[in-house]
Design a protein. Structure first.
Length: 320
């Protein structure tokens, strides 16, 4: 779908829902960014068109949908899309720590430099590229429709960019064997899993993701109550580092270090559980290092793991 949604029907939309749109504009505090009623209403209209297509639902259903959108985030994005300097400064201050934290979790052992490179690579893409005559090509922000929080959407985009980079690397990189003959960088079994049988019929995906889910649940349950709460505040409730720090009465750098430590412990424990296997009633052999890496590759591509539920279950089972 083009990022430039047709404005056909916009006038009718504005007239039919003027009172509701005025309420939503006030609730979003859009005036803070100099975003007027029509500009924000257009963003709501684009979101509805993206959700429902050319034919919008009856009034009540449409109003319910519009009220579920994250209006404050939509207003900020409206200002960002037209290059508001104050909006950009707010975005950097509020979302750069979130992007860095998400990037650290995504790249894992690749290190801080790689995490910052991944997070920083999004900034230019968010605003697009100026084309002939100064016209701006479609920016990534044009695809934000307010159905999720901006922080959640940014984390999703960041993860997808990382997966895309991994795919490119696996297609282009090669290694040489002891005779100097180039061979694929990915093992034949992993290659088959990513090309010939990718999708719902992929036996490796169907086998590995349930094991990763169980290992992650076990690792989360082993955390202390304080550690689980910290993960919930940051990843489930989408609080910023500064907000969590104020709640806990410490500096935000302390929260960042604590999150880094928890992520490292989680990864180590998940690796350990996967490598050990399960000797219980549903016995499972331990996974090889290559299979463990494949688990995390699958998870980055598409994995509906409910962190909030897992943290709640861990609290009940851990009793810590």
């Amino acid at each position: 779908m083009s990022c430039h949604t047709s404005t056909q029907g916009l006038a009718e939309f504005l007239a039919a829902h003027s009172s509701l749109l005025a309420q939503l504009h006030a609730q979003a505090a859009a005036d803070r960014w100099g975003v007027d009623g029509e500009e924000l209403a257009t963003a709501f209209y684009r979101s509805a068109i993206h959700r429902f297509g050319g034919t919008l639902p009856p009034g009540d259903s449409l109003e319910t949908y519009l009220r579920t959108l994250h209006g404050e985030d939509l207003a900020l994005v409206c200002a960002l899309r037209r290059g508001s300097e104050p909006a950009w400064e707010e975005f950097v201050a509020r979302y750069r720590p979130i992007l860095y934290g998400a990037a650290r979790a995504i790249v894992g052992s690749s290190g801080e430099a790689r995490a910052r490179e991944l997070a920083d690579s999004l900034y230019a893409e968010l605003y697009g590229v100026a084309g002939a005559g100064g016209a701006r090509e479609c920016a990534l922000l044009d695809y934000f429709h307010g159905r999720s929080k901006l922080a959640t959407w940014l984390r999703t985009v960041l993860a997808q960019r990382h997966v895309d980079a991994l795919r490119v690397a696996k297609r282009t990189e090669s290694l040489e064997d002891e005779n100097g003959v180039a061979r694929p960088a990915v093992s034949p079994s992993a290659s088959r899993g990513r090309t010939e049988t990718r999708g719902a019929g992929d036996p490796d995906r169907a086998r590995l993701l349930p094991q990763l889910r169980d290992a992650m649940a076990a690792a989360l349950a082993a955390l202390s109550a304080s550690e689980r709460l910290l993960l919930s505040l940051y990843y489930v409730q989408d609080l910023t580092l500064a907000q969590v720090a104020r709640l806990r009465g410490v500096h935000e750098a302390t929260i960042s270090r604590q999150l880094d430590g928890i992520r490292r412990v989680l990864r180590e424990n998940v690796d350990r559980v996967l490598a050990a296997g399960n000797a219980g009633p549903q016995a499972r052999a331990g996974l090889s290092p290559a299979e463990i890496e494949l688990c995390f590759s699958y998870a980055l591509e598409d994995w509906a793991f409910d962190l909030g539920s897992a943290l709640s279950s861990g609290a009940r089972e851990g009793g810590k």
